[in-house]
Design a protein around this ligand. Sequence first.
Ligand SMILES: Nc1ncnc2c1ncn2[C@@H]1O[C@H](COP(=O)(O)OP(=O)(O)OP(=O)(O)O)[C@@H](O)[C@H]1O
Ligand SMILES: [Mg+2]
Length: 329
Amino acid sequence: MTACFGQKSARPKRREQRPSRWRKQMSTAAVDLFEVSKSYNDRVVVDALSFTVSPGECFGLLGPNGAGKSTLARLILGVASPDAGKICVLGEPVPARARLARRGIGVVPQFDNLDLQLTVRENLLVFGRYFAMSAAEVKAVTPALLEFARLENKADARVAELSGGMKRRLTLARALINDPQLLVLDEPTTGLDPHGRHLIWERLRSLLARGKTILLTTHFMEEAERLCDRLCVLEHGRKIAEGRPHALIEQQIGCQVIEIYGGNPHELLPLVRPQVQRAEVSGETLFCYVTDPEQVRVRLAKRTDLRLLQRPPNLEDVFLRLTGREMKD
Ligand SMILES: Nc1ncnc2c1ncn2[C@@H]1O[C@H](COP(=O)(O)OP(=O)(O)OP(=O)(O)O)[C@@H](O)[C@H]1O
Ligand SMILES: [Mg+2]
């Protein structure tokens, strides 16, 4: 793999000044960001962000609406330029050599950009041309891509006639046409029903088993928990947490959760407060974080109007703890 800044045009003096972490990893990481910033209209949307994605890893980007996830995806693809910082993708400096890097990347944008007037098969053909594939090469991979997306029976249907979920599955299959090393997936399962989502999760796991690297943006915490090796949580373009899903759950929550419905959560809060480590009201639900759930149950034993749901902590608890329970954008 080419070293990002090992080109002849790189100025030796500047290379010397780069931090050692950057120098060491730049030739081996699938994606390496170092203090990357981006503003739109004087508003910082990516703020001095650094992270590294290793080959074969599934790395998740989480964050509220407007946190900067799609902007980051565009920066990594080299279709937007950073104001500051360094980006290296598949050994290539981006955006300087983004065209080269993109040869090894498959992309699922947040919003489908299929050609509605063409058939499924024709969409694959047109997309294959971007990667300089011949018609015969596209034809050879089409059956496997249709099978991947479970669209075998829709090969000759116009995309305009497909359901939203089918279009999403086609976009994902299309991203694999060039057999990419790295997949950049921006909310790939948004709009899919539970069957479609489980199908995609199974497909993504099989791609990971084949050694592919995935950068995944999602609002589905279950998806992040199931698929991602590591996560980066963003807020206002800044990294507010990074780590393995279960380590984050343990660090940030680390106890059982009881959700209480059926009463006025603000009135219940003082009742349970002495028994809980932390309590939060969200809408009509009271969330209690507890090391001894039995104490809360005893405390509320006479309140037969209430429903108590006890469960282990999950990534959604982490997300809400880190980013708050109010809407952000
Ligand atoms: N081309 C642009 N011009 C101006 N502002 C932009 C542009 N692209 C993004 N933004 C702003 O940057 C911020 C981050 O947007 P971005 O789409 O990256 O968020 P996101 O985390 O992907 O959100 P979501 O979860 O809703 O998809 C938002 O405030 C958005 O309005
Ligand atoms: Mg987005």
